[in-house]
Design a protein around this ligand. Structure first.
Ligand code: SF4
Ligand code: SF4
Ligand code: SF4
Length: 454
């Protein structure tokens, strides 16, 4: 048998502390800490010259471990091609279909940073609902699909709850007839999310809800108010607390939008949620940076990625100290496929007037329109081109990403909408890379500290 030659993985990311060399493989998620005094030379020799064999037990043991954990890989493996294969396989899989439906494009809130800007007052009609069902029946490869995931999105989707009920009933029936698994989630501002509504959503197959709180009451109410100007914090929190006993049937994520105007108040919100409600560890918290990708806000008020990573880590640490389990938000996510459904063949967003898009951030932007199911001339063929379809926005085609050590966990920043925008403006580094690298470094240092403290 031919002797197998090895090389160092291009996805080994190394960091040094005064005592140790830390190495994290962003493709496999393996992590190793090498004591500088005891084994640094050995480690560097093996990583730099993996095929030089020494008759030394310590050397052979470490080399074997580095091979098993993917830090050293067979010479003939092209890791970029392997990554490309997994991204392409996920991009074109026929098995899963993801449908984002916007039953209501208007909103009862008037958040100043709303990425949708001025909203047209569009409510989905019964006619469009029927066309969606017909479109799904006629154009989905129902024989191939095993799973249908529906996201209810807006504007504010609960303003047109009747549409959600009717569509969910018909889609569930269609799935059951074709032996397809159905599940769904909803992104709502939370104002109309009463316990009765949640019970009905659960019956309609909804297993995930996301609501947003932007700070303690005073701050939240100054950013997320009703169209009439009235605050919304009390109603949202009271809604969440009212269905606390249903949280074993449904996952609730509280998204906290952060920018330079509200970040200092977030600790007070965490205090409030921890001390004055019984929500700790019954719901998830995640902190998101407000962005101005649709030019509806002021860029100067938004964080660049490195600063956001810093405040995000502080919030996560603070929430952990208050008893929240934040581990899933700390660990870099390995992407076995693409990060967003907008990059997938079997996925689309349908607006309340029947317009079809790939990404929910571009609704009402004509440049990104793929067709409209209510048009007489609509044949089912989407007007796909390289701009309106994020399937072509491949992070492996971005020169900087192609050669990046942390590509498998960063995935070009995940969101193809932001990647495309920042790449074209030449500020990928400020808005994605610096923060992404900081996140990995913090994860490595933290993992090492936990390991050393044991
Ligand atoms: S709740 Fe959402 S959709 Fe409504 S105004 Fe605020 S950000 Fe926009
Ligand atoms: S966006 Fe930046 S950090 Fe992320 S993969 Fe691309 S080059 Fe790397
Ligand atoms: S491309 Fe970005 S903004 Fe659009 S749906 Fe995906 S993650 Fe969201």
């Amino acid at each position: 048998m031919a002797k197998c030659e090895f090389k160092s993985s291009i996805y080994n990311y190394q960091l040094e502390t005064p005592e140790a060399i830390l190495c994290y493989n962003t493709f496999t998620g393996s992590f190793v800490a090498i004591d500088k005094n005891q084994s640094a030379k050995l480690f560097n020799d093996i990583i730099n010259e993996p095929n030089k064999l020494f008759d030394n037990n310590e050397y052979l043991t470490m080399r074997k471990q580095l091979i098993e954990q993917g830090f050293l890989i067979p010479n003939d493996i092209d890791e970029r091609k392997l990554l490309e294969l997994s991204l392409q396989t996920d991009r074109f899989t026929q098995k899963n279909f993801s449908l984002t439906i916007i039953p209501e494009q208007s909103c009862n809130f008037a958040c100043p940073y709303c990425f949708q800007g001025e909203k047209a007052y569009k409510t989905m009609s019964l006619e469009i609902e029927n066309k969606i069902i017909k479109y799904v029946q006629d154009n989905f490869y129902l024989d191939y699909i095993t799973d249908l995931h529906v996201s209810w999105y807006g504007g504010e989707p609960l303003l047109n709850f009747a549409s959600i009920e009717r569509l969910a009933e018909k889609l569930i029936a269609l799935c059951s007839k074709n032996n397809i698994k159905y599940n769904s989630g909803i992104v709502t501002n939370g104002y109309l999310l009463s316990k009765d509504v949640v019970k009905k959503l659960i019956k309609m197959g909804v297993s995930f809800i996301q609501v947003t709180l932007d700070g303690p009451q005073k701050v939240h109410d100054s950013r997320r108010f009703l169209v009439s100007g009235e605050g919304t914090f009390a109603a949202i929190v009271s809604n969440i607390v009212s269905f606390i006993d249903l949280l074993n049937k449904i996952t609730l994520n509280i998204r906290i939008n952060v920018d330079k105007t509200n970040y200092e108040s977030i600790y007070e919100l965490i205090d409030y949620l921890s001390d004055d409600t019984c929500l700790t560890n019954k719901v998830y918290l995640n902190f998101a940076s407000v962005d101005n990708s649709n030019k509806t806000y002021d860029t100067n008020l938004c964080f660049k990625s490195q600063l956001f990573e810093e405040v995000n880590t502080n919030f996560i640490d603070y929430a952990s100290k208050k008893g929240w389990d934040m581990e899933r938000t700390r660990k870099p996510k390995l992407f076995p496929g693409v990060a967003c459904t907008a990059e997938k063949f079997n996925s689309m967003v349908i607006g309340s007037d029947g317009s079809i898009y790939k990404c929910w951030n571009v609704i009402e932007h004509d440049d990104y329109l793929l067709g409209n199911i209510s048009d007489e001339s609509f044949s089912g063929i989407l007007r796909i081109n390289s701009k309106n379809c994020y399937m072509f926005s491949d992070c492996l085609k971005v020169e900087k990403c192609k050669n990046c050590t942390i590509l498998p966990v960063c995935n070009g920043g995940g969101c193809p909408h932001l990647r495309t925008k920042y790449e074209s403006e030449s500020n990928l580094d400020d808005y994605i890379c610096k923060g992404a690298y900081d996140q990995i470094r913090k994860y490595m240092l933290r993992t090492y500290k936990e390991f050393s403290d044991k």
